[in-house]
Design a protein around this ligand. Structure first.
Ligand code: F3S
Length: 413
Protein backbone atom coordinates (compact mmCIF):
# COMPACT_ATOMS: atom_id res chain seq x y z
CA UNK A 1 0.00 0.00 0.00
CA UNK A 2 1.36 3.41 -1.00
CA UNK A 3 1.78 5.89 1.83
CA UNK A 4 2.39 9.63 1.54
CA UNK A 5 5.42 11.16 3.27
CA UNK A 6 3.20 12.35 6.09
CA UNK A 7 1.73 8.86 6.55
CA UNK A 8 5.21 7.33 6.48
CA UNK A 9 6.35 9.61 9.24
CA UNK A 10 3.26 8.68 11.29
CA UNK A 11 4.17 5.02 10.82
CA UNK A 12 7.74 5.65 11.87
CA UNK A 13 6.59 7.17 15.16
CA UNK A 14 7.41 10.79 14.44
CA UNK A 15 3.98 11.88 15.69
CA UNK A 16 4.08 9.84 18.89
CA UNK A 17 3.39 6.27 19.90
CA UNK A 18 -0.41 6.39 19.68
CA UNK A 19 -0.37 7.69 16.10
CA UNK A 20 2.25 5.07 15.23
CA UNK A 21 0.06 2.30 16.68
CA UNK A 22 -2.98 3.73 14.85
CA UNK A 23 -1.08 3.80 11.57
CA UNK A 24 0.06 0.20 12.12
CA UNK A 25 -3.59 -0.86 12.55
CA UNK A 26 -4.60 0.91 9.33
CA UNK A 27 -1.60 -0.38 7.36
CA UNK A 28 -2.40 -3.96 8.43
CA UNK A 29 -6.05 -3.53 7.50
CA UNK A 30 -5.08 -2.02 4.15
CA UNK A 31 -2.78 -4.96 3.44
CA UNK A 32 -5.48 -7.54 4.30
CA UNK A 33 -8.01 -5.85 2.00
CA UNK A 34 -5.51 -4.98 -0.78
CA UNK A 35 -6.07 -1.23 -0.47
CA UNK A 36 -3.84 0.78 -2.79
CA UNK A 37 -3.59 3.74 -0.44
CA UNK A 38 -5.11 5.52 2.53
CA UNK A 39 -7.71 8.23 2.02
CA UNK A 40 -8.58 11.18 4.24
CA UNK A 41 -11.74 10.96 6.33
CA UNK A 42 -13.60 13.87 7.86
CA UNK A 43 -15.86 12.11 10.36
CA UNK A 44 -15.40 9.17 12.72
CA UNK A 45 -17.81 7.28 14.95
CA UNK A 46 -15.98 5.21 17.56
CA UNK A 47 -17.60 2.10 19.06
CA UNK A 48 -16.35 -0.04 21.95
CA UNK A 49 -17.42 2.26 24.74
CA UNK A 50 -19.37 0.15 27.23
CA UNK A 51 -17.09 -1.20 29.95
CA UNK A 52 -19.36 -4.26 29.86
CA UNK A 53 -17.94 -5.09 26.40
CA UNK A 54 -14.45 -3.58 26.72
CA UNK A 55 -13.38 -4.98 30.07
CA UNK A 56 -10.04 -4.12 31.67
CA UNK A 57 -7.98 -5.16 28.64
CA UNK A 58 -9.87 -2.76 26.36
CA UNK A 59 -9.58 0.04 28.90
CA UNK A 60 -5.82 -0.53 29.23
CA UNK A 61 -5.45 -0.25 25.44
CA UNK A 62 -7.30 3.09 25.51
CA UNK A 63 -5.20 4.38 28.38
CA UNK A 64 -2.02 3.42 26.50
CA UNK A 65 -3.25 5.41 23.50
CA UNK A 66 -3.84 8.41 25.79
CA UNK A 67 -0.33 8.04 27.27
CA UNK A 68 1.02 7.77 23.74
CA UNK A 69 -0.31 11.26 22.99
CA UNK A 70 -3.30 10.22 20.81
CA UNK A 71 -5.48 13.17 19.73
CA UNK A 72 -8.39 13.12 17.28
CA UNK A 73 -7.58 14.97 14.04
CA UNK A 74 -11.15 15.01 12.67
CA UNK A 75 -14.70 15.23 14.05
CA UNK A 76 -15.00 12.07 16.16
CA UNK A 77 -17.99 11.01 18.24
CA UNK A 78 -18.69 8.08 20.56
CA UNK A 79 -21.15 5.19 20.63
CA UNK A 80 -23.31 4.54 23.70
CA UNK A 81 -21.70 3.66 27.03
CA UNK A 82 -22.89 1.16 29.62
CA UNK A 83 -24.77 3.75 31.68
CA UNK A 84 -26.29 7.22 31.79
CA UNK A 85 -23.15 9.14 32.70
CA UNK A 86 -24.91 11.58 35.01
CA UNK A 87 -27.76 9.42 36.30
CA UNK A 88 -26.39 5.88 36.53
CA UNK A 89 -27.66 5.18 40.05
CA UNK A 90 -31.28 5.51 38.87
CA UNK A 91 -30.63 2.62 36.47
CA UNK A 92 -29.36 0.34 39.22
CA UNK A 93 -25.76 0.40 37.95
CA UNK A 94 -23.20 -0.49 40.61
CA UNK A 95 -20.52 1.98 41.63
CA UNK A 96 -17.54 -0.17 40.56
CA UNK A 97 -18.93 -0.44 37.04
CA UNK A 98 -19.71 3.30 37.03
CA UNK A 99 -16.14 4.11 38.08
CA UNK A 100 -14.65 1.97 35.30
CA UNK A 101 -17.12 3.29 32.73
CA UNK A 102 -16.12 6.83 33.65
CA UNK A 103 -12.44 5.90 33.10
CA UNK A 104 -13.36 4.78 29.57
CA UNK A 105 -15.19 8.04 28.84
CA UNK A 106 -12.30 10.05 30.31
CA UNK A 107 -9.78 8.22 28.10
CA UNK A 108 -11.77 8.97 24.95
CA UNK A 109 -12.38 12.57 26.01
CA UNK A 110 -8.67 13.12 26.66
CA UNK A 111 -8.06 11.99 23.08
CA UNK A 112 -10.42 14.71 21.86
CA UNK A 113 -13.26 12.35 20.99
CA UNK A 114 -16.60 13.98 21.73
CA UNK A 115 -18.44 11.96 24.42
CA UNK A 116 -21.76 12.11 22.55
CA UNK A 117 -22.48 8.48 23.54
CA UNK A 118 -25.07 7.81 20.88
CA UNK A 119 -25.54 5.36 18.01
CA UNK A 120 -27.36 8.09 16.04
CA UNK A 121 -24.44 10.51 15.55
CA UNK A 122 -26.28 11.90 12.51
CA UNK A 123 -28.87 13.32 14.96
CA UNK A 124 -26.24 14.71 17.29
CA UNK A 125 -23.89 16.90 15.29
CA UNK A 126 -21.99 14.32 13.24
CA UNK A 127 -23.89 14.43 9.94
CA UNK A 128 -21.76 13.61 6.87
CA UNK A 129 -22.91 14.70 3.43
CA UNK A 130 -23.35 12.69 0.23
CA UNK A 131 -20.08 11.25 -1.03
CA UNK A 132 -18.10 12.13 2.10
CA UNK A 133 -15.50 9.54 3.16
CA UNK A 134 -15.93 8.68 6.82
CA UNK A 135 -14.84 5.88 9.19
CA UNK A 136 -17.71 4.72 11.34
CA UNK A 137 -18.08 1.79 13.66
CA UNK A 138 -21.63 0.88 14.86
CA UNK A 139 -23.40 -1.28 12.34
CA UNK A 140 -26.79 0.52 12.38
CA UNK A 141 -25.18 3.94 11.88
CA UNK A 142 -22.88 2.59 9.14
CA UNK A 143 -25.85 1.19 7.21
CA UNK A 144 -27.78 4.47 7.64
CA UNK A 145 -24.78 6.65 6.65
CA UNK A 146 -23.96 4.64 3.52
CA UNK A 147 -27.53 4.07 2.38
CA UNK A 148 -29.62 7.03 3.51
CA UNK A 149 -26.98 9.77 3.57
CA UNK A 150 -24.84 8.45 0.71
CA UNK A 151 -21.63 8.85 2.72
CA UNK A 152 -18.85 6.25 2.23
CA UNK A 153 -17.78 4.00 5.08
CA UNK A 154 -16.87 0.43 5.80
CA UNK A 155 -18.15 -1.34 8.89
CA UNK A 156 -15.18 -0.33 10.98
CA UNK A 157 -14.33 -2.02 14.24
CA UNK A 158 -13.65 -0.07 17.43
CA UNK A 159 -9.81 -0.10 17.08
CA UNK A 160 -9.79 0.82 13.37
CA UNK A 161 -12.27 3.68 13.90
CA UNK A 162 -10.11 4.97 16.74
CA UNK A 163 -7.06 4.66 14.47
CA UNK A 164 -8.88 6.75 11.85
CA UNK A 165 -9.76 9.37 14.46
CA UNK A 166 -6.09 9.73 15.45
CA UNK A 167 -4.72 9.84 11.89
CA UNK A 168 -7.62 11.23 9.81
CA UNK A 169 -7.18 8.32 7.37
CA UNK A 170 -8.75 5.01 6.39
CA UNK A 171 -7.65 2.38 3.84
CA UNK A 172 -9.28 2.81 0.42
CA UNK A 173 -11.23 -0.43 0.01
CA UNK A 174 -14.79 -1.74 0.26
CA UNK A 175 -17.60 0.82 0.27
CA UNK A 176 -15.18 3.71 -0.27
CA UNK A 177 -14.82 2.58 -3.88
CA UNK A 178 -17.62 3.35 -6.33
CA UNK A 179 -17.47 -0.11 -7.95
CA UNK A 180 -18.26 -1.76 -4.60
CA UNK A 181 -21.47 0.19 -4.10
CA UNK A 182 -23.43 -1.34 -6.98
CA UNK A 183 -26.54 -3.37 -6.09
CA UNK A 184 -26.46 -7.12 -6.82
CA UNK A 185 -29.99 -8.30 -6.04
CA UNK A 186 -33.42 -6.69 -6.31
CA UNK A 187 -35.79 -7.33 -3.41
CA UNK A 188 -39.47 -6.62 -4.10
CA UNK A 189 -41.70 -5.92 -1.12
CA UNK A 190 -45.22 -4.55 -0.74
CA UNK A 191 -45.53 -1.76 1.76
CA UNK A 192 -48.80 -1.98 3.70
CA UNK A 193 -51.26 0.87 3.60
CA UNK A 194 -50.28 2.28 6.94
CA UNK A 195 -50.65 5.82 8.16
CA UNK A 196 -47.61 7.52 6.61
CA UNK A 197 -46.35 9.45 9.60
CA UNK A 198 -47.15 6.97 12.35
CA UNK A 199 -44.41 6.16 14.84
CA UNK A 200 -45.64 2.56 14.66
CA UNK A 201 -44.11 1.95 11.24
CA UNK A 202 -40.62 1.43 12.68
CA UNK A 203 -41.91 -1.97 13.85
CA UNK A 204 -42.79 -3.04 10.29
CA UNK A 205 -39.44 -1.84 8.95
CA UNK A 206 -37.67 -3.80 11.70
CA UNK A 207 -39.61 -6.95 10.80
CA UNK A 208 -38.82 -6.38 7.10
CA UNK A 209 -35.07 -6.24 7.90
CA UNK A 210 -35.32 -9.54 9.72
CA UNK A 211 -37.43 -11.16 6.98
CA UNK A 212 -34.80 -10.25 4.39
CA UNK A 213 -32.07 -11.53 6.72
CA UNK A 214 -33.85 -14.88 7.09
CA UNK A 215 -33.66 -15.32 3.31
CA UNK A 216 -29.87 -15.31 3.56
CA UNK A 217 -29.48 -17.32 6.76
CA UNK A 218 -26.40 -19.54 6.65
CA UNK A 219 -25.11 -17.71 3.58
CA UNK A 220 -22.01 -15.68 4.40
CA UNK A 221 -21.91 -13.92 1.06
CA UNK A 222 -23.17 -10.40 1.65
CA UNK A 223 -25.05 -8.85 -1.27
CA UNK A 224 -25.95 -5.18 -1.76
CA UNK A 225 -29.73 -5.03 -2.08
CA UNK A 226 -31.89 -2.84 -4.28
CA UNK A 227 -35.29 -2.66 -2.57
CA UNK A 228 -38.47 -1.76 -4.44
CA UNK A 229 -42.06 -1.23 -3.28
CA UNK A 230 -41.45 1.29 -0.49
CA UNK A 231 -43.29 4.52 -1.23
CA UNK A 232 -42.77 6.38 1.95
CA UNK A 233 -40.27 6.07 4.77
CA UNK A 234 -39.47 8.58 7.49
CA UNK A 235 -36.00 9.07 8.89
CA UNK A 236 -37.11 7.01 11.91
CA UNK A 237 -38.31 4.16 9.65
CA UNK A 238 -34.97 4.11 7.84
CA UNK A 239 -33.13 4.23 11.17
CA UNK A 240 -35.04 1.12 12.31
CA UNK A 241 -34.60 -0.63 8.97
CA UNK A 242 -30.85 0.08 8.82
CA UNK A 243 -30.39 -1.33 12.33
CA UNK A 244 -32.40 -4.47 11.54
CA UNK A 245 -30.84 -5.13 8.13
CA UNK A 246 -27.34 -4.66 9.57
CA UNK A 247 -28.16 -7.06 12.41
CA UNK A 248 -29.86 -9.86 10.50
CA UNK A 249 -28.18 -9.52 7.13
CA UNK A 250 -24.79 -7.99 7.96
CA UNK A 251 -25.65 -5.22 5.49
CA UNK A 252 -23.62 -2.02 5.40
CA UNK A 253 -25.37 -0.55 2.33
CA UNK A 254 -28.73 -0.89 0.58
CA UNK A 255 -30.47 1.11 -2.11
CA UNK A 256 -34.20 1.80 -1.91
CA UNK A 257 -36.02 2.85 -5.06
CA UNK A 258 -37.32 6.42 -4.82
CA UNK A 259 -35.98 6.86 -1.29
CA UNK A 260 -32.18 6.62 -1.00
CA UNK A 261 -29.88 8.98 -2.91
CA UNK A 262 -27.92 6.50 -5.06
CA UNK A 263 -30.94 4.40 -6.08
CA UNK A 264 -31.64 6.50 -9.15
CA UNK A 265 -28.07 6.34 -10.45
CA UNK A 266 -27.34 2.61 -10.06
CA UNK A 267 -28.74 -0.11 -12.33
CA UNK A 268 -31.56 -2.20 -10.85
CA UNK A 269 -30.28 -5.82 -10.80
CA UNK A 270 -32.19 -8.24 -13.00
CA UNK A 271 -31.78 -11.08 -10.48
CA UNK A 272 -34.61 -10.58 -8.05
CA UNK A 273 -36.57 -12.07 -5.18
CA UNK A 274 -39.87 -11.19 -3.53
CA UNK A 275 -40.23 -10.99 0.23
CA UNK A 276 -43.89 -11.67 0.97
CA UNK A 277 -46.17 -10.24 3.64
CA UNK A 278 -46.28 -13.73 5.20
CA UNK A 279 -42.50 -13.77 5.56
CA UNK A 280 -42.57 -10.38 7.26
CA UNK A 281 -45.31 -11.62 9.59
CA UNK A 282 -43.26 -14.76 10.37
CA UNK A 283 -40.18 -12.65 11.09
CA UNK A 284 -42.23 -10.57 13.49
CA UNK A 285 -43.68 -13.67 15.19
CA UNK A 286 -40.20 -15.15 15.61
CA UNK A 287 -39.45 -12.26 17.99
CA UNK A 288 -42.50 -13.04 20.18
CA UNK A 289 -40.88 -15.43 22.62
CA UNK A 290 -42.42 -13.78 25.70
CA UNK A 291 -46.07 -13.44 26.63
CA UNK A 292 -47.30 -10.01 27.70
CA UNK A 293 -47.48 -11.29 31.28
CA UNK A 294 -43.79 -12.32 31.18
CA UNK A 295 -42.55 -8.83 30.38
CA UNK A 296 -40.64 -7.17 33.23
CA UNK A 297 -38.61 -4.69 31.15
CA UNK A 298 -39.76 -2.26 28.48
CA UNK A 299 -37.36 -0.56 26.14
CA UNK A 300 -37.75 2.04 23.40
CA UNK A 301 -34.74 3.67 21.77
CA UNK A 302 -32.76 1.12 19.76
CA UNK A 303 -31.39 2.93 17.80
CA UNK A 304 -31.61 6.01 20.01
CA UNK A 305 -34.91 7.86 19.68
CA UNK A 306 -35.31 11.08 17.73
CA UNK A 307 -36.95 14.13 19.31
CA UNK A 308 -40.02 13.45 17.15
CA UNK A 309 -40.41 9.96 18.65
CA UNK A 310 -39.92 11.36 22.16
CA UNK A 311 -42.59 14.00 21.63
CA UNK A 312 -45.13 11.29 20.63
CA UNK A 313 -44.14 9.18 23.57
CA UNK A 314 -44.46 12.07 26.03
CA UNK A 315 -48.04 12.73 24.85
CA UNK A 316 -48.95 9.07 25.24
CA UNK A 317 -47.57 8.96 28.78
CA UNK A 318 -49.14 12.23 29.92
CA UNK A 319 -50.96 11.73 33.23
CA UNK A 320 -50.40 7.96 33.07
CA UNK A 321 -48.43 5.67 35.38
CA UNK A 322 -46.20 2.91 34.11
CA UNK A 323 -46.10 -0.27 36.17
CA UNK A 324 -43.04 -2.00 34.72
CA UNK A 325 -39.40 -0.92 34.44
CA UNK A 326 -39.38 1.25 31.30
CA UNK A 327 -36.23 2.74 29.72
CA UNK A 328 -36.43 5.24 26.87
CA UNK A 329 -32.94 5.72 25.45
CA UNK A 330 -31.62 8.63 23.43
CA UNK A 331 -28.64 10.90 22.83
CA UNK A 332 -27.88 13.41 25.58
CA UNK A 333 -28.28 16.31 23.15
CA UNK A 334 -31.77 15.02 22.23
CA UNK A 335 -32.62 14.58 25.90
CA UNK A 336 -31.66 18.20 26.56
CA UNK A 337 -34.18 19.34 23.94
CA UNK A 338 -36.75 17.02 25.53
CA UNK A 339 -36.00 18.61 28.93
CA UNK A 340 -36.57 22.08 27.51
CA UNK A 341 -39.77 21.09 25.69
CA UNK A 342 -41.25 19.59 28.88
CA UNK A 343 -41.27 16.03 27.45
CA UNK A 344 -38.89 14.71 30.10
CA UNK A 345 -41.20 15.98 32.84
CA UNK A 346 -44.25 14.15 31.41
CA UNK A 347 -42.24 10.98 30.85
CA UNK A 348 -40.68 10.93 34.28
CA UNK A 349 -43.96 11.79 36.02
CA UNK A 350 -45.27 8.52 34.59
CA UNK A 351 -42.44 6.56 36.24
CA UNK A 352 -40.65 5.80 32.94
CA UNK A 353 -36.96 6.71 32.68
CA UNK A 354 -35.68 8.95 29.90
CA UNK A 355 -32.10 7.77 29.73
CA UNK A 356 -29.13 9.28 27.87
CA UNK A 357 -25.76 7.80 26.84
CA UNK A 358 -26.68 4.10 26.97
CA UNK A 359 -29.16 1.47 25.76
CA UNK A 360 -30.84 -1.80 26.66
CA UNK A 361 -28.08 -3.79 24.94
CA UNK A 362 -24.81 -2.20 26.10
CA UNK A 363 -25.87 -1.55 29.73
CA UNK A 364 -24.80 -4.35 32.13
CA UNK A 365 -28.30 -5.80 32.70
CA UNK A 366 -27.78 -9.49 31.96
CA UNK A 367 -29.85 -11.60 34.40
CA UNK A 368 -31.66 -8.54 35.77
CA UNK A 369 -34.72 -8.85 33.54
CA UNK A 370 -36.41 -11.93 32.26
CA UNK A 371 -38.39 -10.59 29.29
CA UNK A 372 -38.23 -7.36 27.28
CA UNK A 373 -40.91 -5.64 25.18
CA UNK A 374 -39.60 -3.38 22.42
CA UNK A 375 -40.35 -2.09 18.92
CA UNK A 376 -36.74 -2.80 17.87
CA UNK A 377 -35.82 -5.92 15.89
CA UNK A 378 -32.14 -5.26 16.71
CA UNK A 379 -32.88 -5.07 20.44
CA UNK A 380 -34.73 -8.42 20.17
CA UNK A 381 -31.63 -10.03 18.64
CA UNK A 382 -29.22 -8.78 21.31
CA UNK A 383 -31.73 -9.01 24.17
CA UNK A 384 -31.91 -12.69 23.45
CA UNK A 385 -28.27 -13.42 22.46
CA UNK A 386 -26.43 -11.11 24.89
CA UNK A 387 -28.81 -10.67 27.80
CA UNK A 388 -30.64 -14.03 27.71
CA UNK A 389 -34.04 -12.29 27.64
CA UNK A 390 -37.27 -13.45 26.12
CA UNK A 391 -38.68 -10.79 23.81
CA UNK A 392 -42.00 -9.28 22.83
CA UNK A 393 -41.81 -7.34 19.58
CA UNK A 394 -44.60 -4.76 19.25
CA UNK A 395 -45.38 -1.49 17.46
CA UNK A 396 -44.20 1.65 19.31
CA UNK A 397 -47.58 2.61 20.77
CA UNK A 398 -48.36 -0.95 21.88
CA UNK A 399 -45.05 -1.08 23.73
CA UNK A 400 -46.14 1.99 25.67
CA UNK A 401 -49.61 0.50 26.33
CA UNK A 402 -48.00 -2.62 27.76
CA UNK A 403 -45.97 -0.52 30.21
CA UNK A 404 -49.25 0.80 31.64
CA UNK A 405 -50.90 -2.56 32.34
CA UNK A 406 -49.95 -4.62 35.40
CA UNK A 407 -48.64 -8.12 34.48
CA UNK A 408 -51.55 -9.74 36.37
CA UNK A 409 -54.03 -8.21 33.90
CA UNK A 410 -52.11 -9.58 30.95
CA UNK A 411 -52.56 -13.29 31.37
CA UNK A 412 -54.70 -13.66 28.30
CA UNK A 413 -52.77 -11.41 25.89
FE1 F3S B 1 -27.89 1.74 19.46
FE2 F3S B 1 -27.71 0.13 21.48
FE3 F3S B 1 -29.42 -0.36 19.56
S1 F3S B 1 -26.04 1.07 20.46
S2 F3S B 1 -28.54 0.52 17.72
S3 F3S B 1 -29.46 1.40 20.96
S4 F3S B 1 -28.08 -1.83 20.50
Amino acid sequence: MKLTNEEQSMLQGENGKAVQKAMQILATLGKIYHAECLIPVTSVQVAGVSYDNLGEAGLEFLEEMVEGGGKARVLSTLNPAGMDISNWEALGIDSTFAHNQQRVIDAYTRMGIIPSCTCTPYLAGNLPHFGEHIAWAESSAVCFANSVLGARTNRDGGPSALASALTGRTPAYGYHLEENRQPELTVHVTQPDFSPLSVNNTWWFGALGKAIGLRFEGNDEQKILYITGIHLATMEDLKAFSASLATYCGAALFHMHGITPEASSVPQPSIDIKVSDEEIEEASLSMQTASAADVDFISLGCPHLSINEISHLAKLLEEKKVVREFWITTARSTKEIADRAGYTKSIEASGAKLVADTCCVVAPIKNRFHAMATDSAKACYYGSSKNAQLTRFLPFEQVIQLALIPPDNEKNQ
